[in-house]
Design a protein around this ligand. Structure first.
Ligand SMILES: [Zn+2]
Length: 493
């Protein structure tokens, strides 16, 4: 029997506000432990929360960008549980009436081939169940401090930082679809400027629900939750492991137990964290210290009007306007900085194809070696465009351009300055090239004889020699023309 996985994701994204969700404390990452705290986020008796308007605006932006319907009235609720990093004894979240519901995203998702490459990318729609706001818990520290062998510490700087939780429908049928969706979600949040998308620092966190069922069945199997998947790679590996594990259990006639599991990277497997019986009962109830969150439809419309061009539409526009393939457009829109760089270079150089090739090839390689991202590239898009123009006009060859590019990376100088300083301009002067060719023909009588006997392929050899003689600076087209002219005289044709 064939089985298919059914996967849904719950993603927590930290909003990029300066202050916390219900108090004025700073959200700065890496501040001295427990310095960004006050009576509100410490949950001291009598302290009252006040909603951060900027956080609501960011959450609304995210919800709209994910196609959600915004509830004009949403309700904050207490999610009760005890944990040392949760001084209030509850998180303020949203339960019955979240900020946004019933969204949908269209993602260019592919299939992973045996070799690990992604093939056959096409548009797939995935449903978003809900997007709600909540405040974050603090952080327990169990290592990195000398006496953590006997003690644990708690840092409450993160307590009260605004989050949105984005819950997808169980729409993914492969780990690759889940991976592509999470990538799309991350990029969308980056475009909106509402989250930095940094999984390592925990500003984007992912839990997955996964079950398997006989292919073609419309009944859902028993699901397992995998928590704290803090990288894209771990998400994919954990899902693949669970698909195989659950399929094997069912194939052998066993049953899947509903439980929460964690991914163990060193052992390459998931293991049980807690069973269904140990699951929390959060005893949600409406937060008595906060009024329902009532949003003015005119304000929602204004936020919607101010949304930037989102990755999906931008990608489709790039494919159309610049004749890019799906894969190239996906890469060139993978961050707002990348998309802006590409578009500027393509416009100035008037050569979208060459711009794409150089950005995805030489520039990407140089940035990787320098440990830089495109936003701090030492070569501005205008300079790369200028280099492409010198190739286009024949001032330098594509090969010489590689040398100029390396020098641009090294010095940060403009291409024109480098070409003139290093004397790299292409030689198109017929007299000097004619002299070079005469010299080569005289120096290679054997090949010349071959040409005369009809082996016209030898022409390529002469062109190569001329390029070598001029250190790659000869204009190959003119060399070709001159050679053909001279050789046709030679052979009397
Ligand atoms: Zn505070």
């Amino acid at each position: 029997m064939e089985f298919e996985p059914v996967i849904g994701l719950e993603v927590h994204a930290q909003l990029l506000t300066h202050s916390k969700l219900f108090c004025g404390c700073s959200t700065q990452f890496g501040a001295p432990p427990n310095s960004n705290t006050c009576p509100v986020c410490l949950g001291l008796p009598g302290a009252l929360p006040v909603v951060n308007r900027a956080a609501v605006a960011m959450a609304v932006k995210a919800a709209l960008a994910l196609g959600c319907r915004i509830n004009p009235i949403s309700i904050f609720a207490r999610k009760n549980y005890f944990y040392p990093d949760l001084p209030k004894g509850y998180q303020i979240s949203q339960f019955d009436r979240p900020l946004g519901e019933r969204g949908c995203v269209t993602v260019f998702s592919g299939e992973r081939t045996e070799g690990g490459k992604i093939a056959n990318r096409r548009e797939k729609a995935f449903g978003i169940t809900r997007l709600h706001m909540e405040d974050d818990a603090g952080k327990s520290i169990h290592e990195g401090i000398p006496d953590t062998s006997s003690k644990s510490y708690v840092n409450l700087n993160r307590t009260g930082v605004p989050l949105v939780e984005i819950v997808s429908e169980p729409d993914f049928r492969s780990s690759q679809e889940a991976y592509d969706y999470l990538t799309h979600l991350r990029i969308t949040l980056l475009y909106l400027g509402v989250c930095d998308g940094n999984m390592e620092e925990g500003s984007l966190r992912c839990d997955a629900n996964i079950s398997v069922r006989p292919s073609g069945s419309d009944k859902l199997g028993t699901k397992v939750e995998i928590k704290n998947l803090n990288s894209f790679r771990f998400l994919q590996k954990a899902l693949d492991y669970e698909i195989a594990r659950q399929t094997q259990v069912l194939t052998e006639g066993g049953t899947i137990v509903q439980e929460t599991r964690l991914w163990d990277e060193s052992e390459g497997r998931t293991f049980v964290m807690r069973s269904k019986e140990e699951a929390h009962d959060y005893r949600y109830f409406p937060e008595p210290d906060l009024l329902p969150l009532k949003l003015d439809p005119a304000w929602i419309a204004q936020v919607e009007n101010e949304l930037p061009e989102l990755p999906g539409p931008k990608m489709r526009r790039f494919m159309e306007a610049y004749s890019l393939s799906t894969d190239d457009a996906l890469l060139l829109t993978s961050s707002p900085a990348m998309a802006a760089y590409y578009e500027e270079c393509a416009k100035i150089s008037e050569n979208p194809r060459a711009s794409a090739n150089w950005i995805m090839g030489d520039l990407a390689y140089a940035l990787k070696n320098a440990g830089k991202d495109i936003e701090n590239s030492s070569i501005p898009p205008g300079d790369l465009a200028a280099l492409l123009q010198t190739i286009e006009t024949g001032e330098i060859s594509g090969k010489i351009a590689k040398t100029v590019f390396e020098e641009m990376c090294r010095t940060g100088d403009k291409p024109a300055a480098i070409i003139s300083r290093m004397g790299l301009a292409q030689v198109s002067d017929e007299d000097s090239l004619s002299a070079v060719i005469d010299k080569i023909l005289a120096a290679n009588p054997k090949q010349l004889a071959e040409y005369r006997s009809g082996k016209t392929k030898v022409l390529g050899f002469f062109v190569g020699q001329a390029m070598k003689e001029t250190k790659g600076q000869a204009n190959p087209q003119i060399v070709n023309e001159l050679l053909q002219k001279k050789l046709s005289k030679e052979t009397g044709g």
